[in-house]
Design a protein around this ligand. Structure first.
Ligand code: ATP
Length: 247
């Protein structure tokens, strides 16, 4: 992209470009461009920064993933186009495998994403299609029996609301990354990180390193008093504040 780094919208345009390249490579769906636009709009309203309540959610989310017996990271075409290397590094740091789960099912696209992650050095990848998430239409509910199906805690960046609810009904702890504090996913997850995936995932990776010496009780303390509804309300307050300061 022929754009100077000094351009005020450089970062945002760079992310658009990454998702567009994802579409060209056949790892992101065309509809994924629209989902990206919705996220971008909320990021704009939040001031394209990690707000304090999102950072708190990142801390709590990492603690929950470290406390899990079987954490799994679920990824789709947008997540991989935007943050493949960081997601792989986070999975390695957490000892969590990655499973590809795409909204618009296409075996060809799923295999391309798997190959792309393998080429970039992904360690544990769940690639099976031998289990079903109850309550989801056929293709959308297909998962790996050793991956998402068996997980006790799932990190779902950019998930859709139906799947998030279905995972909750299975009794899993769900940590979501979603810039829209009003989405069904944001309101259904146990911990919602209202931040851009490109900022959230590297920060979570650093937090895993920072928490390496902490024992279970210290991690459990981090979860105490966390209120996801309050975090979402705070994100809406931040949007209002940012907008009134921008005028
Ligand atoms: P829901 O079903 O949860 O209500 P939705 O229908 O609004 O979600 P989807 O298209 O299913 O949205 O998923 C896209 C979600 O991902 C949106 O909520 C959007 O805000 C969010 N999103 C898009 N890009 C990013 C990004 N880069 N970082 C974080 N979140 C993002």
């Amino acid at each position: 992209m022929d754009l100077p780094e000094s351009h005020p919208r450089y970062q945002s345009l760079l992310l658009r470009e990454r998702v567009a390249i994802g579409v060209e490579m056949g790892i992101t769906s065309l509809i994924g461009l629209i989902a990206h636009g919705r996220g971008e709009a909320f990021d704009y309203l939040l001031g394209e920064r990690t707000i304090p309540s999102a950072h708190r959610a990142e801390v709590v989310g990492v603690a929950a993933l470290l406390l899990a017996d079987h954490p799994v990271i679920s990824v789709n075409g947008n997540a991989v186009a935007l943050a493949a290397d960081d997601l792989i590094a986070l999975g390695d740091a957490l000892g969590a495998g990655i499973e590809v789960n795409i909204f618009y099912h296409s075996e060809e696209r799923r295999e391309r994403i798997i190959r792309y992650l393998e080429e970039r050095g992904a360690g544990e990848l769940y690639v099976g299609s031998d289990a079903r998430i109850p309550g989801l239409a056929h293709n959308r509910g297909v998962v790996d029996s050793h991956g998402i199906y068996a997980a006790d805690t799932v990190l779902v960046p950019l998930e859709d609301g139906d799947r998030c609810s279905a995972l909750k009904r299975m009794g899993k702890t769900v940590v979501a990354i979603d810039l829209n504090p009003l989405s069904r996913t944001a309101r259904t997850a146990d911990v919602t990180i209202v931040d851009n995936i490109v900022r959230a995932v590297p920060e979570m990776r650093s937090l895993v390193e920072e928490f390496a010496s902490k024992g279970r009780s210290e991690l459990e303390e981090m979860l105490e008093d966390y209120d996801n509804r309050r975090a979402l309300a705070d994100a809406l307050d931040e949007i209002t504040r940012h907008l009134s300061e921008s005028l």
